[in-house]
Design a protein around this ligand. Structure first.
Ligand SMILES: *Cc1c(COP(=O)(O)O)cnc(C)c1O
Length: 431
């Protein structure tokens, strides 16, 4: 099915994520997916440890999601959302209301995580504009990641997202050091100081605080103490500043709670969701806000919220997402995620003692091994494929976030492969 010419065509003509067009890293041709397996062209079946970047939470080709897509495909794959509504969108938003913090009543559907973030930032700007107090700054954390479009990128970690490259295009926002208190460690009271000082200093300029609750994902896979979030919420309330939580990676059970903000028992004014929303079948995202935010946004000069993607509310994606909400409502995910977490604690935590390992972090169905030196991505990737697993490390991070349906034997395969890889100095970049 795959010829060397196909791969050569790919190398020559197709960009891959964060990859060079001059000297791209190798790509593996995948021909089929099923449950926790990805099948590559030579017939090998790999246990997936990535859920395709947080998305495929119930594994691939889930029969209920596939059936929902087929049903919707036959009735109405897509129709514009301007002046039209449809059952898939209504049913999805209705089920989402059951899962989201209660106060987040008004839902804007969009097509990707980055767009959901753009929407949240624009809403915050319109909110302040409507109040007659226009503000242009966002306060956020170093090591954060919120997407690749310009607005989203402007609140990503300045080093990781190379702000210097885009300097005159990117608005400058306010960054404070990420919290140091570990999720499962003691709360260090001075952790909030930098945030508090920045908020107080810039309280008349800041439209909103935006951060990833509990887990900072692509910016470093850091996992921090929920007390930080509680104090952020209190401070935002004290100064009347909006709180945007980006739950695009953490949402839908990944951290052991439906949404990571539940670890801190708080709710934001604006939430962004995406990734696992459709169970990994296709792209869809949403930004949900309180009625107060929605009404303020629409009370201003524009009278409306100024955004409306072409594929907004795509019925196919909504139907699949709604089927995903029904799977989640059965609550099997909770026991599945706890079992994965227990296994990660048993098998990954001891790796802390290895010479190559700087730190190990676990929460819910996320296991992270931070190494001392950057990995040799191509070599380590090839090693994992040889071990029959799909794990994609980056920088100094080897991490697992498997589909929740992974069984004990498959989990063992994943963690064994990580244990061997991080002990093998030949799989690291030469310094
Ligand atoms: C992946 C991600 C995004 C961007 O989502 P895309 O669908 O890739 O645009 C934004 N925020 C967080 C926390 C993410 O993990």
């Amino acid at each position: 099915m795959f010829s060397p010419q196909d791969l050569e065509f790919d190398r020559r003509h197709i960009w891959h994520p964060y990859t060079s067009m001059i000297n791209p890293l190798p790509v593996y041709p995948v021909v089929r997916s099923e449950g926790v397996y990805l099948e590559i062209a030579d017939g090998r079946r790999l246990v997936d440890g990535m859920s395709s970047w947080w998305c495929a939470q119930h594994g691939y080709n889930h029969p209920e999601l596939v059936a929902a897509a087929k049903r919707q495909l036959d009735t109405m794959p897509h129709v514009m959302f301007g002046g039209i509504t449809h059952e898939p969108a209504i049913r999805l938003c209705n089920s989402l209301r059951g899962f989201l913090p209660q106060s987040l009543e008004c839902i804007f559907l969009a097509d990707s995580g980055s767009v959901a973030v753009e929407v949240s930032l624009k809403m915050a700007l319109q909110y302040w504009h409507a109040k007659g107090d226009p503000r242009t700054k966002f306060l956020t954390l170093e090591r954060g990641y919120h997407g690749d479009t310009f607005g989203a990128m402007s609140v990503c970690d300045p080093k990781n997202s190379m702000h210097s490259l885009y300097s005159r295009f990117l608005p400058e926002h306010i960054f404070v050091a990420a919290p140091k208190s570990r999720f499962d460690g003691e709360w260090l009271a001075d952790d909030i100081e930098a945030f508090q000082t920045a908020l107080e200093t810039h309280r008349h300029e800041i439209a909103a605080v935006i951060l990833e609750p509990v887990v900072q994902g692509a910016g470093g896979m850091r996992i921090y103490h929920p007390e930080y979030l509680r104090q952020v919420r209190t401070l935002c309330d004290q100064y009347g500043i909006l709180l945007i939580l980006d739950e695009i990676a953490t949402g839908f059970g990944r951290t052991g709670k439906m949404f990571a903000c539940e670890h801190a028992d708080i709710s934001p004014d604006i939430i962004c969701i995406g990734k696992a929303l459709t169970g990994g079948m296709m792209t869809l995202s949403a930004t949900a806000v309180t009625r107060k935010v929605a009404e303020t946004v629409c009370s201003g000069e524009a009278g409306v919220f100024m955004h409306g993607p072409t594929f907004m509310g795509n019925p196919l994606a909504c139907a699949v997402a709604e089927a995903n909400m029904r799977i989640l409502a059965r609550n099997e995910w909770q026991a599945q995620v706890s079992a994965i977490e227990a296994h990660f604690r048993d098998t990954l935590m001891p790796l802390r003692n290895l010479e190559n390992v700087a730190d190990v972090r676990v929460v819910g169905a996320i296991g992270v091994v931070e190494t001392r030196r950057p990995v040799d991505m191509a070599a380590m990737q090839a090693f994992f494929v040889k071990q029959g697993v799909w794990i994609r490390p980056f920088g100094r991070l080897v991490y697992l976030m498997p589909p929740y349906i992974v069984d004990a034997e498959q989990l063992r395969q994943l963690t064994d492969a990580v244990a061997v890889a991080v002990a093998d100095t030949t799989l690291f970049a030469v310094s």
